[in-house]
Design a protein around this ligand. Sequence first.
Ligand code: ASP
Length: 348
Amino acid sequence: MVKKLCLASCLLTLGMAVSANSPMAPADRATFAIAIHGGAGTIEKSAMTPAKESAYRAKLEEALNAGYSVLESRGTSIDAVIAAIQVLEYSPLFNAGKGAVYTYNAEHELDASIMDGKTRQAGAVAGVKRVASPISLARMVMEDSPFVMLSGAGAEEFARSRGVEMVDNAVFDTDVRREQLDKAKEKLDRQNTQDKDYQASVDTLPVAYRMGTVGAVALDQHGNLAAGTSTGGMTAKRYGRVGDSPIIGAGTFADNRSCAVSATGHGEYFIRYNVAADICARVQYQGKSIQAAADEVIHQVLKPAGGTGGVIVMDAEGNVTLPFNTTGMYRGSRQSGGKAEVGIFGDS
Ligand code: ASP
C-alpha cells in the first residue's frame, strides 16, 4: 500500500497557475495520511459473527475518518492521532478506555503514550485508573509538564490539577472482558501459580484472552509525523505491570527523519526488542523502506524470539505498512484523496 502524490511544488515547477479558491489549490493537494490499529492476536473469521465483524469494521472506519477530517482541514498530526484514538478508547470493542481488559485483581490500569515527530517531544501515562481518555492525558504530560512519563497516583493527581474529569474505574467494565478475566483466572488458578512464575503462566493463556490495544500514526499537511498508542494492557496482568504501549521507543515512536510507529502485541517482547525505535533506526541509518524495516523486525527478530503482535508504520511521504505475525490485526489506513481501507484478518 504505497502512494506518493505530487505536491503543490510540482504544479509550481510546471508553471501552472492555481487560484487559491480553486478546488485544486496547492494547500489542498499536499500529501497527508493516517493509519490505525485496534490490536493484534488470534483473530479468525470463523470465530466471528458477521454482525461483530461489521461492528469492528465500522468503528475502525469511524476512527480513521475522525483523524482524516483533522488532517484534511490542515490540522496537526498530533490532533489527528488523538481524534482517531479517542474514537477507539470510547468504544467497548477495543482494549483501551471503555473496553479495557482487567488486571488479575479485577481492576483496569490504563497506559498510553504519544510522540511528535517534528520535535521528538513525547508524553506517556502508565497505570491510570480514573482517566477516561489516557491518550489525552499523555498529550498533557507532553505539552504541559517537563516530564515524559507519569504513572499511577502521580499521573492522576497531575490530571486533576489540569482539570481533567475523573471517572470511576467501573466505567471501563464490560461483560466480555469480565468473562475473559474469569476464564484466564480459572486457568491460572488451576496451575496453582507461584508468584515468581506469574508472567510465565500468563504467557500460557490463549492470546485471544490477553491482548489488544489501539494506536494511530499520521502525517499532516505541514509534513509532520506523530504516533500514539493506548491500552488496557494484558488480561489478568499483575497490578502495577506496565507494557510497551506507554514506553517511547518500544510501543510508540515518531521522528520526521524516519517514521512513526504504533505497536500492539506481547509488551514484554516489544520492550526488550525496542521495536518501534528499531524499525525507525533501520529506516534512518540503513536507508531501508518502512516495509522492509518493519517486516524484518516483526518477522525476523520478534517472531523467532517468541514475540507476537504487529505494528503500523508511516514514513514522511505518507507511505504506510501494517505487518503482523499473528493471525489478524484490526487495522486501517486512509491517504489524502483516497478512501478508508480497513482489515481484520490475514487476507483483508
Ligand atoms: N502491548 C500491550 C501490552 O503489552 C498489549 C497489546 O497490544 O495487546 O500491554
